[in-house]
Design a protein around this ligand. Sequence first.
Ligand SMILES: Nc1ncnc2c1ncn2[C@@H]1O[C@H](COP(=O)(O)OP(=O)(O)O)[C@@H](O)[C@H]1O
Ligand SMILES: [Mg+2]
Length: 253
Amino acid sequence: MPNTTIYTIINQKGGTGKTTTAVNLSCAIAKKRKKVLLIDLDPQGNLSYWLGCGEIELSVGDWMLGECLLEDVAMSREGVDVIPSDMNLADLEINIASMDNRESLLKTALGQIEGYDYVIIDCPPSLSLLTVNALTASNKVIVPLQMEVLSLQGLDQIISTVGKIKDVLNPDLQIEGLLPVMVDNRRKLSKEVHDHISQNYEVNIFKSRIRTNVRISEAPSFGESVLSYSPSSNSAADYTAFAKEILSLNKKK
Ligand SMILES: Nc1ncnc2c1ncn2[C@@H]1O[C@H](COP(=O)(O)OP(=O)(O)O)[C@@H](O)[C@H]1O
Ligand SMILES: [Mg+2]
């Protein structure tokens, strides 16, 4: 897929806004008339639940193994094609562990589809074989990060993991940026952490930031992105701005 940009959203910690970013960034990009494929690669299936995928017969695992076609597994939500996941994905991870091509199943599956401007992959909160598949298949990485001291601990590990995948499996992989999430402007500390990262790490921090807002945590109960659920919220504005930043970084011809 030469004209497709494939993004993995990672952070090995849970609860750092990966799924929130995957859902709302995808919907915000789709609103800009781009064709987006959103992949739930977390056996917890939070993304699939959020977008109301319900009980599924086929999941991303079947598609990665080449056992079904994209049109059989994908569901359309707010203009985004979503490939859902469920708990069975944890078994797949065990079953593929002994396969020679275990790291590249997702890459192979993605190589067979076309017509998308963006693919966005939501990962589990671990550096598992599923995450390795996502990184092997991707062009770029987005790391949602809370600007607090404890987040710094994980940052070295993320940078080192991406570096290893780049060396061994995917030479073109790059971290496009860290996305400050759950930002509370009243807290001075966030600015200090932000400054510490920009001074000590050679990694881009996106200009956009996602503020803390209760609307985000309400949206999954309604099966909608926050852009649909609460279009006038600052969360909808923040993810729309982030989508704009992503589009301008990619400047598709
Ligand atoms: N900007 C935000 N404002 C308020 N709550 C948020 C925000 N981003 C995420 N959350 C909440 O934080 C929790 C973890 O987010 P989630 O995206 O599921 O993280 P991850 O996928 O990294 O585990 C969820 O309950 C979610 O509603
Ligand atoms: Mg998640």
